[in-house]
Design a protein around this ligand. Structure first.
Ligand SMILES: *Cc1c(COP(=O)(O)O)cnc(C)c1O
Length: 298
């Protein structure tokens, strides 16, 4: 589907090194200018199953700046499937660039007010048809985790022994995938971008087998900057600083919070000496289009 896997590479972040710890950044954001990062991995097996079941349409859920919505629109089009996006909230004028791009990839949009949107089951009953295949919001679920596990099979990771793998965590599907594929002595750490997401451990565990649950993983909260998609000036300032220091572009929802957490954890001495960190840049840069033009230097 996407032939750009060779664009992905590992960028060292020497500015973040401390106490003999090294920090390597997996630039999944370079996968595709719009469909960047983990969403493409997460969608792969859902699309395969839809085709296998001879479905004609993919339907899914998301907000007006959703990385998942735009990735689904693109991936469905590439697979010769129709797509429908159930969008949270009223249609705005002008529409977000994300939604305009999703429509350019052939997605039909249905706007549902925020109250009704909470009841996914009702919406699914209303819009279902025999040739339709549902993908959960954000691509959450087992097939999503299986797809995400393949992030760790990328050729650029083949001969590196990392002690810790860190990623941003929304639904926890990517984290579960990484746990599946990691070797038993690798620590997987998710930085939660949601506030008060108390059920996250349970949700990740639900995607793991009995043996996988025994692997060392943890989810750290406290780096959400006020909650999902919240981006106070301190976060924007960090994003600019990171860009100037390392030429790493980040997004306001996921990767900026991840990299901020990595920086603070390193400073606090969280990692034992001689740790080799692999940080997953999961993409999502298109979401920055929700900011006023000129807010960021990239
Ligand atoms: C969706 C997303 C995540 C979170 O993935 P989950 O599997 O939902 O935890 C992280 N980073 C980016 C850029 C994303 O779009």
């Amino acid at each position: 589907m996407i032939e750009n896997l060779q664009h992905i590479y590992i960028q060292q972040l020497p500015g973040m090194y401390s106490r003999h710890n090294s920090v390597s950044l997996l630039r999944l954001d370079l996968l595709h200018p719009v469909i960047s990062g983990n969403k493409w991995f997460k969608l792969k097996y859902y699309l395969a199953e839809a085709l296998d079941q001879q479905k004609t349409t993919i339907s899914t859920f998301g907000g007006a700046f959703s990385n998942h919505i735009i990735a689904t629109a693109y991936a469905a089009q590439q697979s010769g499937l129709e797509s429908i996006g159930i969008i949270r909230g009223e249609k705005s004028n002008p529409e977000s660039t994300t939604l305009l791009q999703a429509q350019a990839y052939g997605m039909k949009l249905i706007f549902i007010d925020r109250e009704q949107y909470k009841n996914k089951k009702e919406i699914m009953d209303e819009y279902n048809h025999p040739k339709n295949y549902w993908i959960g919001e954000g691509g959450r679920g087992e097939l999503g985790a299986r797809g995400a596990s393949e992030i760790l099979t990328l050729p650029c990771l083949s001969d590196q022994a990392y002690t810790h793998i860190l990623c941003a965590t929304g639904t926890g599907t990517m984290l579960a995938g990484l746990v599946k594929k990691a070797s038993p002595d690798q620590q997987i750490i998710g930085i939660s971008v949601l506030k008060n997401h108390h059920s996250i451990n349970e949700e990740v565990n639900a995607l793991l087998s009995v043996e996988e649950k025994e692997k060392p993983f943890q989810i750290i909260s406290g780096y959400h900057f006020g909650g999902y998609a919240k981006h106070p000036p301190a976060l924007i300032a960090f994003m600019k600083e990171l860009w100037h220091a390392e030429k790493v572009p980040t997004d306001i929802v996921y990767t900026s919070k991840l990299l901020y957490a990595v920086k603070v954890l390193l400073r606090k001495g969280f990692f034992p000496a001689n740790s080799r960190l692999l940080v997953i840049h999961s993409g999502g840069l298109q979401g920055n289009q929700s900011l006023n033009p000129g807010t960021l230097p990239f």
